[in-house]
Design a protein around this ligand. Structure first.
Ligand code: PLP
Length: 436
């Protein structure tokens, strides 16, 4: 944890959204939901809504969990940038020695802008373009996680033309059911990610003969929001069996990248603790000379952030009541896209309002635009609500749909606020457009 923090962390087990972590986002005894030392309500009044607020200490807490659990082995935590790519978050991670898992040239540029080290970057993704591969080679990234035979050929030829060797691992699709939502499951045969074990074996043998690549690792990522260790263990067993077969062929790997995917508490899930997860991984790797790389995204940022929204109207429908708020699916798409359940509570529990059951909906002209359904809330027009677990796949997936300027983002550090993204202005909406 950083030094010079003046507040004692609130350890509020009943209120924690982070499961086994210390919680820096909680309802204080004064009835106000707070991020570290600052009440969300006051921040919303000052900075407007919709508003994303992250806790620096919580981010550090989550990162520390990964580093502490792997401190006894050679390892690199590569934060999955796509979960939340704000450059202040990347800067914080970089300053603590973290590497990055990227899925586009844009993410690599962000990492570099934030002060991250390209030599600690692994590059995943099924559609790396010529210019993205050239850029990543020029920046001397740690490793390309190759997702197809065609991509391997492309990387090889670009590297040859640049007279360099591209460090690669092959992303193996171990065909395990991660038991998660179909849209965030990536390790089954029928999806577009990685290559099957048998293909990978042949592809590795081929890669070892190529002039423009250097085979250094192996990689898998089987899905997101996993709440059981079983799929991780099954995947690891299959990958390690392949590692052994490759060794028998004379192909020695330097690292194993186990991907991300560890689940978090949104409601009543009981995901494995980072320490338990990595303990199992380390026991499987014991006796092998493989550096451990992991690519956590959600488990790093989800419960380090909230989305604050204001109630615009209450409306009685024929079958349900609506709490119409100023945040919408363009700000937070998870409920609409994955039927995700995210906790919503009043920012100020002191307010005396009648309690009612509401569907919490936004202003967007889509029936799928909701943040939560059938929620008991004590709310009236003008009150602020807090959506928890919003730090991952929240702002990063936001858009300007319905010509809505995107939200501001703050990072709280003790009693201090950093504005890490200004609220977009209306003229930002057409900044890149041209009249005839
Ligand atoms: C999305 C992604 C991650 C991060 O997944 P989380 O579930 O957010 O931890 C890691 N690796 C790859 C290749 C990804 O696509």
């Amino acid at each position: 944890m950083g030094s010079g923090r003046i507040f004692p962390p609130v350890i509020d087990k009943d209120n924690t959204q982070s499961g086994v972590y210390m919680s820096f986002i909680s309802t204080k005894s004064n009835g106000l939901v707070s991020v570290e030392d600052l009440a969300v309500k006051e921040l919303a009044q000052k900075y407007g809504t919709p508003l994303y607020i992250y806790s620096k200490a919580q981010l550090e807490e989550h990162l520390n969990a990964y580093n502490a659990a792997s401190s006894d082995v050679e390892h690199l935590v590569c934060y999955a940038v796509k979960a939340n790519s704000n450059i202040a978050i990347l800067q914080l991670m970089a300053s603590l020695g973290t590497g990055f898992d990227i899925v586009s040239g844009g993410e690599l540029a962000r990492v570099i802008e934030a002060g991250g080290d390209p030599k600690k970057v692994v590059y995943s993704g099924v559609a790396k373009t010529f210019s993205e591969i050239e850029y990543a080679l020029d920046q001397q990234i740690l490793c390309f996680n190759v997702e197809s035979p065609a991509e391997l050929e492309r990387i090889n030829s670009i590297a040859i033309s640049k007279k360099v060797k591209a460090p690669i691992s092959i992303r193996v699709n171990p065909d395990v059911d991660a038991g998660t939502h179909p849209y965030i499951s990536t390790g089954l045969k029928n999806n577009k990610f990685g290559v099957p074990v048998e293909t990978a074996f042949e592809l590795y043998k081929h890669a070892a003969t190529l002039e423009g690549v250097k085979v250094i690792g192996i990689d898998c990522h089987i899905g997101s929001q996993l709440t059981s260790l079983t799929p991780f263990v099954d995947a690891l067993d299959r990958i390690l069996a392949l590692v052994d077969r490759l060794a028998a062929e004379g192909i020695q790997l330097e690292h194993i990248d186990i991907g991300g995917g560890l689940g978090v508490v949104y409601k009543d899930e009981v995901p494995p603790a980072v320490s338990d997860y990595l303990k199992v991984v380390k026991s499987k790797l014991a006796g092998r000379k493989l550096k451990l790389i992991c690519e956590p995204g959600r488990s790093m940022v989800a419960n380090a952030g909230v989305l604050v929204t204001r109630c615009e109207y209450l409306k009685q429908g024929e079958v349900c009541n609506f709490c119409i708020v100023d945040a919408a699916m363009n700000d937070m798409i998870r409920p609409s896209l994955y039927s995700a359940w995210m906790r919503i509570e009043e920012a100020d529990h002191n307010l005396d309002r009648p309690e009612n059951v509401y569907n919490v909906v936004g202003p967007i002209c889509e029936t799928g635009d909701f943040l939560g359904k059938e929620r008991s809330l004590k709310v009236q027009e003008g009150d602020f609500l807090v959506m928890h677990g919003a730090g991952a796949y929240g702002f990063a997936m936001s858009s300007n749909y319905n010509s809505r300027p995107r939200a501001a983002e703050l990072m709280v550090e003790g009693g201090k606020v950093h504005v890490i993204r200004d609220r977009e202005s209306v003229s930002d909406l057409w900044r890149n457009e041209h009249k005839l």
